[in-house]
Design a protein around this ligand. Structure first.
Ligand code: HEM
Length: 225
């Protein structure tokens, strides 16, 4: 039994439902071996670079279709230009891997699966795309700030500079207010209870896909015993 089974869908704000439903998986992602090792300063910058590479594929999938999705009544309102991450990621990767970064970039199978699911939603199911949008961008605006601080501290990147630009939202001066209005958008999503349940299930799937990437990265960067 989980929160969505026990909570009255119609009387609880959708943003609350979606957050509550993914709470357990959030903890799982946060405490995954790879994340704990990375944020605990136990891994080298190559592990951080490899993780950043994986993000490139995920944001390619999230952002490739934004012009078309902008006209969609469900997904359209979420597509705010100040969220877009590819330019920042390109700068971070150039810093981490050098100017030829694009030629050497490879997606782990778990990342391919994640990006493929995002792309599929973007093409065929805009409400499902919203679940992926929420999972990534609201997370980047929240826990992402903790990751940035740790990365600066551990690998010596300039504060909010090259290497951590992905976590810097230059055009969002008040992240708390931004998150509040984002949650209002979620609350206003025009979808019946069944479709809302599907969106919540897709959000859980998005978290599981992230955990899958962390698992694969953990295997690639085991801590030497
Ligand atoms: C070590 C890694 C992480 C840390 C330290 C972390 C930390 C946090 C914190 C402190 C918040 C609450 C912010 C607030 O209430 O305003 C938050 C929210 C959130 N995080 Fe994470 N997080 C991590 C990883 C992740 C991952 C991997 C994802 C998914 C890809 C994620 C997705 C989210 C989402 C969607 C929210 C917004 C919840 C909501 O208010 O609806 N986080 N995170």
């Amino acid at each position: 039994m989980n929160a969505t089974d026990t909570t009255d869908m119609s009387s609880t704000a959708f943003s609350t439902l979606i957050r509550t439903a993914s709470h357990e998986q959030h903890t799982e992602a946060e405490t995954s071996t790879f994340m704990s090792d990375l944020l605990g300063g136990r891994l080298g910058v190559d592990a951080y670079a490899r993780y950043t590479e994986q993000l490139w594929f995920v944001y390619e999938a999230l952002e490739a279709d934004v012009e078309r999705l902008a006209d969609d009544p469900v997904a359209g309102p979420f597509l705010r230009p100040e969220l877009l991450r590819r330019t920042a990621l390109a700068r971070d990767l150039a810093h981490l891997r050098g100017p030829g970064w694009r030629a050497t970039l490879t997606a782990l199978p778990a990342t391919q699966a994640y990006a493929a699911r995002v792309a599929e939603c973007a093409r065929r199911w805009p409400a499902g795309y919203v679940a992926h949008h929420y999972t990534r961008y609201l997370g980047d605006l929240s826990g992402g700030q903790i990751i940035r601080g740790k990365a600066e501290q551990t690998w010596g990147f300039a504060r909010k500079g090259d290497g951590v630009r992905f976590y810097v939202f230059e055009d969002i001066s008040n992240p708390a207010a931004f998150k509040r209005s984002y949650r209002e958008l979620l609350d206003g999503v025009r979808a019946d209870d069944l479709e809302r349940k599907r969106i919540i299930a897709e959000c859980k799937r998005a978290f599981a896909l992230n955990t899958g990437v962390f698992r694969a990265l953990g295997e690639e960067f085991p801590l030497s015993a």
